[in-house]
Design a protein around this ligand. Structure first.
Ligand SMILES: Cc1cc2nc3c(=O)[nH]c(=O)nc-3n(C[C@H](O)[C@H](O)[C@H](O)COP(=O)(O)OP(=O)(O)OC[C@H]3O[C@@H](n4cnc5c(N)ncnc54)[C@H](O)[C@@H]3O)c2cc1C
Ligand code: SF4
Length: 332
């Protein structure tokens, strides 16, 4: 194991000042960061521990927005009455993720920044060819075991899935991430813009600059968010990543039948949390019924590309969307 230094930050400002980019990493719950160091994927020179800081742990309603501090634990947000009432899909995306022990350790900021579970990526000793670890080295998954790899947003360089659940809900409901850096710069990035397609640089996964910290996540309140649902289908019923998932929200016209607003994002099938805009467009103004939902949901995987073992995701994803919308709409 390579040696690294450890700094226990005294505040968020101190953590930002101590983060000697790009060789430093923040340590929140550690459930991703320490795994990546143990398997040799990441070898930071310094860990800046923010896990114990009491800042960034608030959940609040502010100016029509649900504000979540980046150091809120997954379990704290999942169990919050505010989140459950105003953003059921956000709560469900967290309570269906990982295990109870992990949810008690892991933070919301760390959850957003988790990295792919591609087994070739996580085994550098056995598989030196991984463009995400080493751009230009190849991709072992293209001809390998790709049962749980992406069918949407892929490139010739990388077909790795974005594995998280929470960011799928954030993407569906136009959440915004608040980012701070040591030089005092503060900016916001929409969740829909935060993640990067792999292209020929799959090592660049998101818009976070070196040394920047996610300090908060804001989700705008809306009728669709209040009537939202997160459906996760997986190979076993708990403690498993999504085979396909959907975060959906619905708002109906006063006739209680016509769809006024609808939000849909997919997880478990794409290289990043995937907003299904074409399905949303196809559904607005249409009557809420099973046939309409199923027909529109088929649009979600137009242009999807399967490899040897993952064609099932192209069939599964539209079914998950339709089922999630039927549940949100009270049809099942
Ligand atoms: C066995 C297992 C099963 C899992 N199953 C699921 C699942 O089903 N669904 C799911 O969504 N997730 C799942 N996970 C992933 C888990 O939810 C993440 O590991 C966890 O949320 C990461 O949060 P953390 O606080 O521990 O992050 P850390 O490990 O501390 O950090 C992760 C990364 O984010 C950086 N970081 C952390 N906080 C910040 C911040 N505020 N600003 C900038 N950078 C930051 C760190 O430097 C690091 O690079 C699973 C994990 C394991 C080990
Ligand atoms: S799919 Fe991506 S992460 Fe997996 S081996 Fe290929 S390049 Fe690496």
């Amino acid at each position: 194991m390579r040696e690294f230094s450890y700094h226990r930050a005294s505040s968020v400002a101190n953590a930002l000042a101590q983060h000697h980019q790009p060789e430093s990493r923040f340590l929140a719950g550690g459930t991703t960061q320490l795994d990546l160091m143990k398997c040799g994927v990441e070898r930071p020179a310094q860990l800046v521990d923010i896990s114990h800081l009491s800042e960034l742990r608030d959940i609040a309603l502010l100016n029509g927005r649900l504000k979540l501090g980046a150091l809120v634990k997954m379990s704290q947000a999942a169990d919050s009455e505010l989140v459950q009432t105003h953003a059921p899909a956000v709560s469900e995306s967290l309570s269906l993720a990982a295990s109870a022990q992990l949810r008690n350790m892991a933070s919301l900021g760390g959850n957003i920044l988790q990295r792919t579970r591609c087994s070739y990526f996580r085994d550098p000793q056995a598989y030196p060819n991984c463009n995400k670890r080493q751009p230009g080295s190849g991709c072992a998954a293209l001809e390998g075991q790709n049962h749980n790899h992406a069918v949407l947003g892929i490139s010739d360089s990388c077909i790795a899935l974005y594995p998280g659940d929470f960011a799928v809900a954030l993407t569906a409901f136009d959440a915004v991430l608040h980012l701070h850096s040591a030089d005092g710069k503060q900016r916001t990035v929409a969740a829909t813009d935060f993640f990067c397609l792999p292209g020929d640089r799959p090592d660049i996964e998101n818009q976070l600059a070196a040394g920047e910290m996610i300090v908060a996540i804001e989700v705008p309140l809306s009728p669709a968010l209040a009537r939202s649902h997160y459906l996760k289908v997986r190979d076993r019923s708990s403690y498993e990543f999504a085979a396909a998932s959907a975060a959906v929200g619905l708002e109906l016209e006063s006739d209680d039948v016509t769809i006024k607003d609808v939000r849909i994002a997919l997880g478990g099938v794409a290289t990043l949390p995937w907003r299904a805009y074409q399905v949303e467009q196809a559904l607005k103004g249409q009557p809420l019924n099973e046939e309409t939902l199923r027909k529109a949901a088929e649009k979600a995987t137009e242009g999807a590309i399967a490899h040897q073992h993952n064609a099932h995701k192209i069939v599964l994803a539209p079914r998950v969307i339709a089922r999630a919308l039927m549940q949100a709409g009270g049809l099942v």
